[in-house]
Write a protein that binds this ligand. Structure first.
Ligand code: GDP
Length: 445
């Protein structure tokens, strides 16, 4: 299914050509595809509608950069907007409270609350060096209390006992008291699951919230829940002031569109993602990476990003083809290559991509000199006529003098450039393809 979609997309993208602006008509088909992609990723319909409207508003009239077509440009905008909608920066857990900082876990039964409680305990112990206590306020399923005990042990945290004959509020108060007296930094409170939204259980968790005054109230939601996630999220948002979301089971097949729905409905940041059943299967949520998964158009997004970085792909490809065939490499290509290098962040930019030892050896003074050389080379080639650039062998003494005067350099510098060009031409013939980057690096070094 996903591949059929990708095929449709690439066909569409190919049919759109060289328009300079995004308009309603030139991206209409592409917008439809984006909408389908989001629905296939299980983003709830009203959320998709809102999102598409927002993207449209942002995109219409925007200029299309470089060799992109409007469809590709639109996908780039969609991807950015997706990431922005799902998160802004890293939203780590908030522990700014008089210890113990209380974290209340909420969500449907089976969402992964108990598992996540233990994962979070491990995270707080290992990453934040905290002393962590867990407790279960699930008095309906004795097995749930036992499960928390087991996974808490695996996490290396401490577990506070509770029993089915107690009131959830009494459990909470006893655990809080214990945590205070034994100097725990964090108290994680697992709560009773519910299969569906249930008023009595909602009242219970509201009461727990009022009793504990948690610094974090995390809504745990199963990414596989798909379209339903929006209703669950709405109910929990109405019952509790949620401070964060944990999206579980992202290791499954789901494209994770629930993230978008849940984020939009609750307004709370997605703080963590569950990526396995194991105790270490918890990751800090990465909105950008997740946007790629939801949209499922990685190829186009990667292309857009390359072009926006300023690399002219068409030119690079033409050049690569010439290198491959090993002939016809002239001063125009030489010039194109120099300016390409400048676009890729200049020589110092290229140096960043080289191993540190080599870069260090080159030193800043060398780099500055090399950049000056490149600018001079550009100046020289720019003073040549188109014919001279295509047929450098025509450049004899009188032409050299004219070119040197035009570029404001000495004749020997024109000679030097012609020598460099010949060397490179020879190298090209030897390499015959695949070595473009290598060669650029050699020029930079
Ligand atoms: P609770 O009822 O909300 O406490 O849910 P549990 O913590 O008992 O989890 C329900 C099931 O989902 C268990 O089988 C967990 O192992 C599983 N689970 C929880 N989180 C994840 C996850 O991120 N990935 C996968 N694959 N399974 C998970």
């Amino acid at each position: 299914m996903a591949s059929a979609l990708t095929d449709r997309l690439s066909r569409l993208v190919k049919t759109m050509r060289g328009q300079a602006r995004i308009t309603e008509s030139n991206v209409q088909d592409m917008l439809r595809e984006v909408r389908m992609a989001l629905l296939e990723a299980d983003v709830a319909l009203p959320v998709v509608r809102d999102f598409i409207a927002r993207v449209k508003e942002k995109a219409l009239g925007q200029e299309v950069v470089g060799s992109l077509n409007p469809g590709q440009a639109l996908v780039g905008i969609v991807n950015k907007e997706l990431a922005a909608t799902m998160g802004e920066g890293v939203a780590d857990i908030n522990l700014a409270a008089q210890p113990p900082a209380v974290i209340l876990m909420a969500g449907l039964q089976g969402a992964g609350k108990t598992t996540t409680t233990a994962k979070l305990a491990k995270h707080l112990i290992e990453r934040r060096r905290k002393k962590v206590l867990t407790v279960s306020a699930d008095v309906y399923r004795p097995a749930a209390i036992e499960q928390l005990k087991t996974v808490t042990k695996q996490a290396g945290a401490e577990w506070f006992p509770s029993a089915p004959n107690q009131q959830p509020r009494d459990i909470a108060l006893a655990a809080l008291d214990h945590a205070r007296r034994h100097y725990f930094d964090v108290l994680l409170v697992d709560t009773a699951g519910r299969l569906a939204i249930d008023e009595a259980l909602m009242a219970e968790i509201r009461d727990l919230h009022a009793t504990l005054k948690p610094v974090e109230t995390l809504f745990v939601v199963d990414a596989m829940q798909g379209q339903d996630a929006i209703n669950t999220a709405r109910a929990f948002k109405e019952a509790l002031p949620l401070t964060g979301i944990v999206l579980t089971k992202l290791d499954g097949d789901s494209r994770g569109g629930a993230a978008l729905s849940v984020r939009q409905v609750t307004g709370a940041p997605i703080k963590f993602a569950g990526v396995s059943e194991k105790i270490d299967g918890l990751e800090v949520f990465d909105a950008e990476r997740h946007a790629g998964r939801v949209l499922g158009m990685g190829d186009i997004v990667a292309l857009v990003e390359e072009v926006q970085k300023g690399v002219d792909l068409d030119a690079a490809q033409k050049l690569a083809a010439k290198v491959k065939s090993g002939d016809g490499f002239d001063l125009n290509d030489f010039l194109a290559q120099i300016s390409q290098m400048k676009k890729m962040g200049g020589l110092s930019g290229l140096m960043d991509k080289l191993p540190a030892q080599i870069a260090a050896k080159a030193g800043q003074a060398d780099m500055d000199r090399a950049e000056r050389d490149v600018r001079r080379m550009e100046g020289i080639i720019n003073s040549m006529t188109p014919l001279e650039r295509r047929k450098p062998e025509l450049i004899k003494a009188s032409r050299k003098r004219r070119i040197a005067a035009g570029a404001g350099v000495q004749v020997h510098e024109v000679n030097k450039l012609l020598n460099q060009f010949e060397q490179m031409q020879g190298m090209m013939k030897k390499m015959k393809g695949g070595g473009l980057m290598k060669m650029m690096k050699r020029m930079g070094g």
